[in-house]
Design a protein around this ligand. Structure first.
Ligand SMILES: NC(=O)c1ccc[n+]([C@@H]2O[C@H](COP(=O)([O-])OP(=O)(O)OC[C@H]3O[C@@H](n4cnc5c(N)ncnc54)[C@H](O)[C@@H]3O)[C@@H](O)[C@H]2O)c1
Length: 261
């Protein structure tokens, strides 16, 4: 397999390059706006529009600003896209859905297998416990992280919201509020500091018991390996929008992936 790396000079781009080298995956090209002739182990360009090669997949850990040219490259060349970048807005998500009609795309705010399992457990707990339990999602990341709350926290919120039904209301922090918590609320809170790789907690608070599900990432290597696994999964798949859960399902049960278009 060979890949193109978007955001190749960033923290995750470098981690991915390392994981690819260890796994014998060739890096055909890297893309990064910050590139200016520094030494690299593979060819580099500064914009997706300038890529003049093809690969089995393009794996992107960059910034939402690059999305239009990134999608255009994928659609033009038929290259499967693994979108790991977070912080996309609703218009971006619409553009991704539209592009997925013409090229296979896998998007996940978290490439780790453990987070997919946390998602499944959170959905189970939300369904079983119902609205009588207050749900609070807390995430922690290093001081360099740009977006908050994390894309993973929002993904976990969506999972709980869908599993619980009703009309839940996302409440981001509680600064300046002078009102009791309502049953419909799902609290989402971000902590930033130091070098924390990533921690996500989904808490279910009942009248006389609490269930706290926690995932702690100790190394970014795990995420890079997950991204490579996603690239392997996506190469050769039909057009459509896939999620990390599809990779996990195919991996664990050998079942064909559900196309989540
Ligand atoms: N899905 C996951 O599991 C996962 C894990 C970690 C990080 N992320 C996300 O991946 C992204 C990158 O994270 P990071 O920690 O490596 O950040 P980073 O800031 O270290 O790296 C981002 C890189 O992208 C480059 N870049 C910015 N805009 C670009 C553009 N328009 N075109 C090409 N390159 C561009 C930057 O120059 C930089 O080198 C963030 O959105 C982060 O939240 C996702």
């Amino acid at each position: 397999m060979n890949i193109i790396i978007g955001g190749a000079l960033g923290r995750m781009g470098r981690e991915l390059a390392k994981a690819a080298a260890e796994a014998g995956v060739e890096i055909v090209c890297g893309v990064d706006v910050a590139y200016s002739d520094q030494a690299c182990d593979f060819p580099m360009v500064t914009d997706y529009a300038r890529i003049d090669r093809v690969a089995d997949a393009l794996v992107d850990f960059s910034h939402p600003s690059g999305l239009p040219h990134l999608l255009a490259y994928g659609v033009r060349t038929g290259t499967p896209l693994v979108l790991c970048t977070t912080g996309y807005d609703d218009a971006d998500l619409d553009a991704i859905r539209k592009a997925a009609e013409r090229v296979p795309i896998l998007r996940s705010a978290n490439m780790s297998l453990g987070i997919s399992v946390l998602q499944e457990l959170s959905a189970l707990a939300a369904r079983a416990l119902g609205e009588g339990y207050d749900v609070e999602i807390v995430e922690k990341h290093h001081r360099q992280k740009l977006d908050s709350p994390s894309g993973t926290a929002l993904m976990l919120y969506e999972t709980v919201r869908a599993a619980r039904g009703g009309e839940p209301e996302a409440v981001f922090g509680r600064h300046g509020r002078s009102a009791k918590r309502t049953q419909a609320e799902i609290g989402i809170h971000a902590v930033r500091g130091g070098t924390v790789t990533g921690e996500h907690e989904v808490g279910f608070y009942g009248r006389s018991e609490e269930i706290i599900l926690t995932h702690r990432a100790e190394s970014r290597a795990l995420l890079a390996e997950g991204a490579l696994r996603a690239a392997r999964f996506l190469a050769g798949k039909p057009c459509g929008l896939y999620a990390m859960g599809d990779v996990v399902r195919e991996m664990l049960r050998g079942e064909p992936a559900a196309n989540e278009r």
